[in-house]
Write a protein that binds this ligand. Structure first.
Ligand code: HEM
Length: 404
């Protein structure tokens, strides 16, 4: 491992996965983590693991931890390299600075353009014969959108696109990356930061109506962000907005392909798109671990939790809590929408609305084209505790309509 400086917020909860009584890197977990979660659940919705760390498999208990300010990220250091992984009150201030493009109003305005672009991508994919949902559809859609929202010009892509695969390794908890991967991640972060630094300098000279320029102005409370903070925020937004979205949309289609009745429901009634998105996110989320630390003595569901206790919430387990979800291992798009896949509380995913708009557009459009799987997808190898596939090959057996 390198001695790259880490914000305390990350290091404090970093080794959590080591306490889990199964190998999160193993082929079996990668293929199907859900039976492993059931073995944990047998010890109750909140189980104590060796060394006193707690693991949460219950839905209400997960909500309770993520919604409780007594549990935080434990950093809070203003010099933290991470822009949003800090505790309140600093967190709220920083989050507000970047949240404009992700507001309900801003994202809603994008909906027609997202549908239009999705339709064009799906038409091209249908014309291709076999198409890879990940590379041909999910990637371009997610990348174009996040770049447009953050203000990173897509035409600069040759200057940063090569860094993206290595940047995604930042989602792998510390200790789960080998030295080579950590070195690649560090180099990619430097490259991307260098590009973003140049972009910030460019916008300072010639501001535009974009987030990069907005971050250069003083905030509502008069504070001015340093260039490093701006670069960190932009980099995190691009990476957070890209990688999980691509995998979530692909996981969602894969779930529907394995449940043809649910796929047929969406085809017959596109208005159930939003419900389908929530259910596939419940059924097979991308982010499989959210960690917190008790900042003071606290409790979860009546159980005393001393300050300093590390707690891991497993959204994939909470989403299948039988106390909340009847027949939890069944994909059922008619159930009430509920899941922890975007987290909860202070750090609830900033991009949730954006994901919902994209996923709805893409899944609804694909359902119309009767997609058929042409090979088994391969689970990606480099990402751990983030669930996704390397490719999802399908044939779209019907051409989409041209109305869009
Ligand atoms: C399907 C795709 C996505 C999933 C499953 C997802 C999931 C999550 C989860 C679970 C968290 C909470 C982390 C925690 O509590 O420690 C989170 C936070 C966050 N997400 Fe997402 N996310 C997705 C897409 C996006 C997109 C498109 C953006 C666009 C900017 C984004 C930006 C963020 C940011 C900035 C945070 C941190 C928020 C904060 O600390 O206040 N995410 N996301």
């Amino acid at each position: 491992m390198t001695s790259e400086p880490r914000p305390r917020s990350i290091s404090v909860t970093a080794g959590f996965w080591e306490h889990l009584p199964f190998d999160v890197r193993g082929e079996a977990f990668r293929t199907d983590p859900y039976p492993f979660y059931e073995t944990l659940r047998a010890a109750g919705p909140v189980a104590r693991l060796p060394d006193g760390v707690l693991v949460v498999t219950g839905y209400h208990e997960g909500l309770a931890v993520l919604g409780d300010p007594r549990f935080g990220l434990g950093g809070g250091a203003l010099e933290s390299a991470s822009f949003l992984l800090v505790d309140p009150p600093e967190h709220r201030r920083r989050r507000t600075r970047v949240s404009g493009p992700f507001s309900a109003h801003a994202v809603e305005r994008l909906r027609p353009a997202v549908r239009h672009r999705t339709a064009a991508l799906v038409r091209a994919a249908a014309a291709k014969g076999e198409t890879d949902v990940l590379a041909d559809l999910a990637v371009p859609l997610a990348l174009e959108l996040i770049c447009a929202l953050v203000g990173v010009p897509l035409e600069d892509r040759p200057r940063w696109y090569g860094a993206l695969p290595a940047l995604s390794l930042g989602f792998v908890p510390d200790g789960l990356r080998d030295e080579e991967a950590t070195a690649r991640l560090t180099a990619a972060r430097l490259d991307f930061a260098r590009y973003l630094g140049a972009l910030v300098a460019e916008r300072r000279g010639a501001p535009r109506d974009d987030l990069v320029s907005a971050l250069l102005s003083p905030g509502p409370d008069g504070t001015v962000l340093t260039d490093r903070q701006i670069v960190t925020a932009l980099g995190q937004l691009v990476v957070a907005g890209y990688e999980p979205t691509v995998h979530q949309v692909t996981n969602g289609l894969y779930a529907l392909l394995r449940h043809p009745r649910e796929l047929a429901r969406l085809r017959a009634d596109p208005s159930c798109g939003p419900a389908v998105v929530e259910e596939v996110m419940r059924f097979d989320p991308v982010i499989h671990l959210i960690t917190r630390i008790a900042l003071q003595d606290a409790d979860i569901g009546g159980r005393r939790v001393p300050a300093g206790t590390v707690v891991g919430v497993l959204p994939g387990a909470a989403n299948r809590d039988p106390e909340v979800f009847p027949d939890p291992h069944r994909l059922d798009v008619t159930r009430p929408p509920q899941h922890l896949s975007f987290g909860w509380g202070e750090h609830f995913c900033l991009g949730a609305r954006l994901v919902r708009v994209q996923a709805e557009a893409l899944l609804t459009a694909l359902a119309q084209c009767r997609p058929v799987l042409t090979g088994e997808p391969v689970r990606h190898r480099s990402l751990v505790l983030m669930r996704g596939v390397e490719r999802l090959p399908v044939v779209l057996t019907e051409r989409p309509g041209d109305e869009d």
